[in-house]
Design a protein around this ligand. Structure first.
Ligand code: HEC
Ligand code: HEC
Length: 443
């Protein structure tokens, strides 16, 4: 019986496709086919364009990072039109910056492979920057002089596979760089006045705040509400999240500000200080967002050729949604335990009520109060809805560094499970908890 069905299927598959006859006799050819092709071609084009935008587009953020903060001067050093001795490759890697081996010409690559590149010579940083090989940093040169610099999405949301040494390898788009010390990098800028003026605090305070974040963190709300520390005195910064596995997820950021394309536009205009158009009247709420309301962050309007952002949003959105969550190495978890853990996840531990497989987030409006998940509401209250979004869980293994939950408050997955066990009074036995952790590691 089974053989017969298989044979039947095979016959059905190998028979020639029925010729499509246009229903409307006025339609002579098969336009559906060429239309279909235009969709496929468009998908390919959007993917390629979006990848370029994600990796290399600064959206005009040079005006802020170069023009105002003059950050490029410290990187360039005196010899290349800047100040001081310049930043060595060792300094750069120490700040968590990554080197994209794929962008390096063979000659320089050979030197790195042979371990003969001097990591203490700032000239080599210049060479890497000239080849766009420092992930997320785009420097502009006039001959040998560095004239300005900007940043790209890849700065925070890409890392490398370290195939050619610590911090040197092939690009991994969407993987958060949990070594990157954004605050420390910005604190090196010779001119922090634009930030101190925006926040209406002195330069020393700006530096103190930037240095409080540490590796793998950034505070995307500081420049709209001016809140640098939580009530318990800890830094208000959040972890750099994954930018993969986001297709099918309705709301983004830890506190659900909006869709992927909403947030992309937000970031390009309000975090990278690019030049575009952005509208969000929610930011006019002066009680919640005093700095944004004052600086009119909800009303950026660069018209025509001056708008360097809007035309790139569609392709960027498409590319973002195309990045799949990475799969963990098979030997990084116990398969049998993970299988048992999956059953506990869906039943006794009730995890799947919010983390609905295979998205691991609720289809719909996946927002929860702080009370529901048993934590404080500080970060939630810094967003329009005042809630936390259910985090999609796939690819957890690449973001273990820095901990879990928006601020990394739980150092390990076992700590997360213990928290839920206490908060929801799940009564999980120790072996059940261990199985649940193996399941999370397998996602
Ligand atoms: C300086 C570091 C930095 C840069 C540059 C940056 N991001 Fe982010 N990104 C963050 C942080 C931090 C968050 C979390 C913000 C929050 O929850 O409040 C985030 C959140 C996101 C999210 C939401 C992820 C989720 O789980 O829903 C997406 C999508 C995203 N960023 C895309 C981008 C894109 C596209 C760009 C370039 C236009 C970009 N980011 C530039 C740091 C950065
Ligand atoms: C009521 C909805 C809800 C339930 C039930 C729930 N979660 Fe969550 N989960 C969330 C929310 C919301 C967050 C984001 C918290 C934050 O970032 O502060 C989260 C975050 C997480 C994270 C951290 C992800 C990261 O990258 O930081 C893990 C791991 C996790 N949940 C696992 C579980 C497990 C395991 C269970 C079952 C024991 C569970 N969750 C039950 C809503 C829920």
């Amino acid at each position: 019986m089974r053989i017969a069905i298989v044979a039947l299927l095979a016959a059905a598959c190998s028979s020639p496709a029925p010729k499509e006859t246009p229903q409307n006799p006025a339609v002579k050819e098969a336009p559906a086919e060429s239309y279909q092709k235009s969709v496929d071609d468009n998908a390919r084009k959007m993917l390629d364009e979006g990848r370029k935008v994600f990796r290399f587009e600064t959206f005009g953020s040079e005006a802020f990072f170069g023009g105002q903060l003059r950050l490029h001067e410290v990187i360039a050093g005196e010899k290349h039109g800047g100040i001081g001795k310049g930043v060595t490759p060792r300094d750069a890697l120490g700040l968590g910056l990554r080197v994209d081996f794929g962008s390096i010409p063979a000659s320089l690559g050979d030197v790195i492979k042979a371990h003969t590149l001097s990591f203490d010579d700032p000239e080599n940083t210049i060479a890497l920057l000239k080849h766009d090989a420092v992930v997320g940093v785009k420097a502009t040169f006039d001959g040998d002089r560095m004239t300005t610099m900007g940043i790209t999405c890849a700065f925070c949301h890409s890392t490398t596979d370290d195939n050619f040494g610590k911090g040197i390898g092939r690009r991994l788009d969407g993987w958060p760089n949990r070594d990157l010390d954004v605050g420390k990098i910005v604190s090196l800028a010779p001119n922090l006045k634009p930030i101190s003026e925006l926040l209406q605090v002195d330069i020393d305070t700006v530096k103190k705040v930037l240095l409080s974040w540490g590796p793998g963190k950034f505070d995307a709300e500081l420049n709209i509400d001016g809140k640098a520390f939580r009530p318990d005195g800890k830094p208000a910064a959040t972890l750099l999240p994954a930018a993969f596995g986001l297709a099918g997820v309705n709301l983004h950021t830890y506190s659900g500000w909006g869709s992927v394309t909403y947030w992309n536009a937000y970031v390009a205009n309000n975090e990278m200080y690019g030049q575009g158009v952005f509208f969000d009247p929610r930011l006019d709420d002066a009680a919640k967002f005093p700095v944004a309301a004052r600086a009119k962050f909800g009303h950026h309007r660069h018209a025509g050729a001056e708008d360097l952002i809007t035309s790139k949003l569609a392709a960027l959105h498409f590319y973002q949604l195309a990045i799949p969550p990475p799969s963990p190495p098979k030997d990084s978890y116990d398969e049998n335990a993970a299988k048992r853990g999956g059953e506990i996840f869906a039943s006794k531990a009730r995890c799947a009520t919010c983390h609905v497989p295979p998205l691991y987030v609720e289809p719909g409006w996946p927002m929860h109060t702080a009370e529901e998940i048993g934590i404080d509401d500080f970060q939630a209250k810094r967003s329009p809805d005042g809630r936390y979004r259910t985090t999609p869980l796939r690819g957890l293994f690449v973001r273990a560094k820095g901990g879990f939950y928006h601020d990394g408050r739980f150092a390990t997955l076992a700590d997360v499970v213990d928290h839920y066990d206490r908060h929801f009074k799940l009564g999980l036995m120790q072996p059940e908890k261990a199985d649940l952790v193996e399941f999370l590691k397998s996602l």
